[in-house]
Write a protein that binds this ligand. Structure first.
Ligand SMILES: [Mg+2]
Length: 285
């Protein structure tokens, strides 16, 4: 009998994660799976055959780090049931559309290995935003009262536009100075999906053991609006944006930082790839 660890974040999806978890447990137990349920930070002692995470991108990141530590690097295959705000990982992998199909997914669904990056010793799966979008996430966190929605980002983004943060950035990629010191925002991406709904790293691949770096020079309101419009129109290639790939990126200077949509202090950051990959179960396969 296969053992499943199911971790749900009670704060995700306005509390809906717990009710959804109960339905998943029901589906799995009817099909003979044994399920151990817990919240983040409460992984079962015994390593399960599969891991299901019900929550947002932040929950997945947290559980993956914890699972890698708990089971000495032998992380089980993970299935993500999106219950967060942005759910970029689910956009990347595909979304679970009906809970009744979960037993088949666990048994025979397609698997995909995803690079795991690292920012100052913390795990990163999606992207690190330095500068403008770091400032927006810091603003969201500072004003957060309970669960957030995509709308929670609108006012912080406008406020950041009205009072642009002071940004002074130097970027080294694989020990080569590629930018600065000068005002800019930087996105270091593992996947192409981005919270705003348009890609800032449109060519990023999550399995090439490289990080996609997009540098957006300037820190003025006009620069931020200009790049946003260029990215939304899929014309980043024709803007002044600098794009490159590297396996190690160091960014120093003055700017707020976000990792996978969560605030992570200020510069400096060192971003690299960990020597292992995470294996995810791909829905719809
Ligand atoms: Mg890559």
């Amino acid at each position: 009998m296969a053992l499943v660890g199911l971790i749900f974040n009670p704060l995700s999806g306005r509390g809906g994660a717990e009710a959804m978890s109960e339905r998943i447990v029901d589906v799995l137990e009817r099909r003979g799976f044994e399920v151990l349920t817990g919240v983040p930070g409460d992984l079962p002692e015994m390593r399960p055959d599969h891991l299901i995470v019900v929550g947002g991108d932040g929950t997945v990141r947290w559980v993956l780090e914890d699972a890698h530590r708990r089971w000495c690097g032998a992380v089980p295959d993970m299935l993500v049931i999106a219950r967060g705000t942005a759910n970029l990982l689910s956009h990347h992998l595909g979304r679970v559309t009906h809970l009744a199909g979960i037993p088949e997914l666990l048994q025979s669904g397609h698997r995909r290995d995803i690079d795991v990056a690292d920012v100052n010793g913390q795990l990163m799966l999606l992207m690190c935003g330095i500068g403008f979008d770091g400032a927006v996430v810091h603003e969201v966190v500072a004003r957060r009262k309970g669960p957030i929605t995509k709308l929670s980002y609108v006012m912080p983004a406008l406020r950041t536009l009205l009072r642009p943060p002071t940004l002074e950035i130097t970027v080294h990629a694989d020990d080569r100075n590629v930018f600065g010191p000068a005002p800019a925002s930087v996105i270091v991406a593992n996947v192409r999906e981005y919270g705003a709904g348009f890609p800032l790293a449109p060519d990023a691949r999550s399995d090439d053991q490289l990080l996609d770096v997009t540098i957006l020079p300037g820190a003025t309101r006009a620069a931020s609006v200009g790049f946003t419009l260029a990215a939304a129109a899929r014309r980043l290639g024709r803007s002044r944006a600098i794009r490159l790939r590297a396996s190690r990126v160091k960014v120093a200077g003055v700017a707020p930082v976000q990792v996978d949509g969560e605030a992570m202090g200020n510069l400096p950051v060192e971003i690299g790839l960990r020597p292992w990959r995470a294996r995810f179960i791909v829905p719809g396969s």
